[in-house]
Ligand binder design. Sequence first.
Ligand SMILES: CC(=O)SCCNC(=O)CCNC(=O)[C@H](O)C(C)(C)COP(=O)(O)OP(=O)(O)OC[C@H]1O[C@@H](n2cnc3c(N)ncnc32)[C@H](O)[C@@H]1OP(=O)(O)O
Ligand SMILES: O=C([O-])CC(=O)C(=O)O
Length: 374
Amino acid sequence: MAKVLSGAGLRGQVAGKTALSTVGVSGSGLTYRGYDVKDLAENCEFEEVAYLILKGKLPTQAELDNYKALLKRQRDLPNALKDVLERIPAEAHPMDVLRTGCSMLGNLEIEADFSQQDDITDRMLACFPSIICYWYKYSHEGTRIDVNTDDDSIGAHFLHMLHGKKPSALHEKVMHVSLILYAEHEFNASTFTARVCASTLSDMHSCIVGAIGSLRGPLHGGANEAAMDMIERFNNPEHAEKEMMGMLERKEKIMGFGHAIYSESDPRNAIIKQWSEKLSEEFGDSTLYDVSVRCEAVMKREKGLFCNADFFHASAYNFMGIPTKLFTPIFVMSRLTGWAGHVMEQRADNRIIRPSADYTGEDLRKVEAIEHRV
Ligand SMILES: CC(=O)SCCNC(=O)CCNC(=O)[C@H](O)C(C)(C)COP(=O)(O)OP(=O)(O)OC[C@H]1O[C@@H](n2cnc3c(N)ncnc32)[C@H](O)[C@@H]1OP(=O)(O)O
Ligand SMILES: O=C([O-])CC(=O)C(=O)O
């Protein structure tokens, strides 16, 4: 049964056009430029999907090799940006660090005109993992890491900087899958933020800074961190069930469940769930996975709600040794492709986005002299 898309939150209202993705269209679930996300996650690397979203087609082998080489060359950070990152305290949230990092980059490498939008986007794609890890390692361990790794992919580059060694083939593969799943999702809140900003003819960095701010919230990308905070409190599936029943009784919102558009399932969940299970086997302790499976069953039984893309990402990232507060920044590393793709689309056929509001305030009245006001 399709979800009724009406009411508050602009639900169900068409706010523009896109050729980038379809969400919740029956029979396909989620497609990027006509390709099923499942097909892409099974058969592609993240860089192929980034190319698809940003350049409009899947690359040939030669195009992919060139694209990866181009991204690899741009991993380094300007010293002025490193200086700024070194001043941000360890207690800061990495999403705020990324927001600041992106903004600083926009001061140092300005998008002077829209003909530069492809280069500007590729540069951000190449260096966002460096921004996250440079700050994380400096603020938490006092080390200035070399952000020029020779890793083949963005996911491996990120894990290498984080853990100080090259990731296993399994971990690199899961990063490809994860980044593909998070890459694009039509007019979600953060993408819409980017498009609104783009519609004023602002620069690419400003659009991405705004989108990072929107993604940060726990009702959107921040849900993967909130889900992790919850599941790590549960010792085993029985404990999880008992605690969840209490949360539901208290009418608490359970992060990682439900969706604004999907009615029965989020097609990304089955894919990341399967990889989380594989990682749990390699990890040698499946508690977090088993707890997650029980949470899924309880929510289905009690509320008819399903896991969205974020829920099993929590256990998957944890099994790869990724600190919880870096979960949503990984989402940014990926969704940057969708955001930039939408900014480019908006620019190509633009009218400033400016909806109207139903006024609920006072009728017209006169300003009272200050001595008569109460
Ligand atoms: C990658 C992503 O951004 S995916 C989304 C990540 N966000 C989360 O996981 C946060 C938790 N989920 C939610 O808050 C919501 O499901 C959203 C924000 C994703 C969608 O919001 P909406 O479209 O407004 O939800 P929807 O209309 O389906 O809600 C229907 C009912 O289910 C309830 N509900 C929805 N999700 C949840 C949840 N996770 N836990 C408990 N109850 C829920 C709502 O409170 C609502 O109940 P009500 O009618 O009594 O108020
Ligand atoms: O579409 C949405 O509302 C949220 C979402 O799943 C995403 O952005 O990936």
